[in-house]
Design a binder for this molecule. Structure first.
Ligand SMILES: *Cc1c(COP(=O)(O)O)cnc(C)c1O
Length: 343
């Protein structure tokens, strides 16, 4: 795969480390659990969008853009990293935040990623939940043009064939690391939302003929819908890269059993996963994506989906900045609660 022909900037501390989790592996007594630390990509607290933004900002600069426009949920990690990347390359940044959760929680609306968006100097606008947000950024782009700017629009999650190239790179990195240390990876698991991470990973792994199955744990859409989203984007990315023939659709696998009440809504499994990783390995997951993704991994381990001795890699896609927006979900961490005996 010739990725050098695509415009790209450098944003990530790559390769991210591939770490064994000995304590958690012992705790469950199932497969060997590994974690690829894409939470440590380095861009304004890190996360998976940094990899996509290397190619997205690369394209923006090649088009002489002056201003980046994107969108996401209120506590979007994608928005935070996009604003940071735009800033680093001297571009203006406008973010439209979709109010998918409307419970008026001040942490959710003011802390975590929102605090960082403000700190990074984004122009923030809000929109009600459930509208076509990619249509909204197009409208903002037109306004910016009238003001003399050259806007570059980035869809939600940075998930288009350009952004997905970032996860083709991650697939190359992962195979290189597994070969380097003689680690035969049996399964990859990660959280899937706007589909770019899974599409890019699958295209990268298939194009290398890796033979490693990938399971996306959905944080929003039902299984069939999410598999379709991933397939469509994977095929586009496959074509964009110039791979021959059709992308093998059968490689796409999504489990949507861990969404709970909906996107961004806490679940018991998420709280358990975040807490276990913190207390056994000192690693921070996030409430919206990796907490639910890891909850899926834990449940599948308990159900015997993986055999003892198999090597399972969880891709930690970041998001811990969102923890500050979800203090309520982790109420038992409140020092005021410790007198009731909870630790
Ligand atoms: C965006 C995001 C994901 C999902 O990646 P997609 O490419 O949107 O599917 C997973 N984890 C975190 C922390 C994210 O911010």
């Amino acid at each position: 795969m010739n990725l050098a022909r695509f415009p790209r900037v450098r944003l990530t501390h790559a390769p991210t480390t591939l770490e064994h989790l000995p304590n958690l592996t012992r705790f469950f007594g199932g497969p060997e659990i590994f974690i690829k630390r894409d939470d440590n990509t380095g861009l304004a607290t890190g996360g998976n969008k940094a990899r996509k933004l290397e190619f997205l900002i690369g394209e923006a600069l090649s088009l002489k853009a002056t201003h980046v426009v994107t969108q996401g949920a209120t506590q979007s990690n994608h928005v935070r990293q996009t604003v940071a990347a735009a800033r680093k390359f001297g571009l203006g940044a406008t973010a439209l935040l979709e109010e998918r959760i409307s419970d008026g929680n001040p942490d959710y609306y003011g802390s975590g990623n929102v605090l960082l968006d403000r700190l990074l100097g984004a122009t923030i606008e809000t929109r009600p939940g459930g509208i076509d947000m990619n249509a909204e950024i197009a409208v903002v782009g037109e306004h910016l043009k009238k003001e003399g700017e050259i806007p570059y629009l980035i869809p939600g999650g940075g998930s288009n064939p350009v952004g997905a190239l970032g996860y083709v790179v991650c697939a190359q990195e992962l195979i290189w690391q597994s070969n380097e240390r003689g680690l035969n990876i049996d399964h990859v698991v990660h959280a899937t939302g706007s589909a770019g991470t899974q599409a890019g990973l699958l295209v990268g792994l298939e194009a290398q003929n890796a033979g490693i199955p990938v399971l996306g744990v959905s944080v929003r859409a039902p299984k069939e819908k999410q598999e379709e989203n991933v397939c469509l984007l994977a095929q586009k990315t496959w074509d964009f890269l110039g791979c021959r023939g059709d992308f093998p659709r059968a490689a796409v696998a999504v489990d949507s059993a861990y969404v709970g009440d909906g996107y961004g809504r806490p679940t018991r499994g998420m709280v358990e996963a975040v807490t276990l990783l913190a207390r056994h390995e000192g690693i921070l997951l996030d409430p919206v994506y990796t907490g639910k993704g890891f909850a899926g991994l834990i449940d599948l381990i308990r159900k015997g989906f993986f055999r003892k001795g198999q090597n399972v890699v969880f891709i930690h896609t970041g998001g811990s900045a969102g923890l500050w927006g979800y203090r309520d979900a982790f109420g038992f961490f409140d020092p005021l609660a410790t007198h009731s005996g909870q630790r």
